[in-house]
Design a protein around this ligand. Sequence first.
Ligand SMILES: Cc1cc2nc3c(=O)[nH]c(=O)nc-3n(C[C@H](O)[C@H](O)[C@H](O)COP(=O)(O)O)c2cc1C
Length: 145
Amino acid sequence: MAKITSPLSIIVGSMLGATEYVADAIKAKCDELGIAADVHFAPNLAEIDRDSTWVICTSTHGAGDLPDNIQPFHDELTSITLNNAYYVIGLGDSSYDTYCGGAETMHATMQQCGATALAQPKLIDVLQHPIPEDIAVDWFAEQLA
Ligand SMILES: Cc1cc2nc3c(=O)[nH]c(=O)nc-3n(C[C@H](O)[C@H](O)[C@H](O)COP(=O)(O)O)c2cc1C
């Protein structure tokens, strides 16, 4: 709990909605734990607190690409410096060679910005886990314990 700075900013990259369920579930867990959190389904750097801890939840589309809704946000990050802390939760399908490439891209870009990863990215294979929000919330709660 000491590691995070609230309100958390839950930042969502999703094409088909599965990762939105994950973000909603993380937000619900935050509410249960009494941790303030904002969810950004259409992330815009100008609207996100750069000092808060970020929980970046993103799927992967195309061939290892970020979802369209988070790509512009990602591109904005490439020209700034950050010193906040963050988690990355990635949804992907292990039948792709580019498994969870979007999550790996967000992690690499946050590192380049100077932000601090509070954990290695949590990559969730939707082939193995048809209800990825359950895995995500259990993992997230462990991080805060
Ligand atoms: C057209 C398409 C391309 C995909 N490409 C990848 C990929 O390159 N790597 C990967 O790990 N998963 C890939 N996936 C799987 C999605 O990341 C996975 O289904 C995820 O749960 C979708 O989450 P979303 O509904 O939040 O977008 C792809 C899915 C589709 C439909």
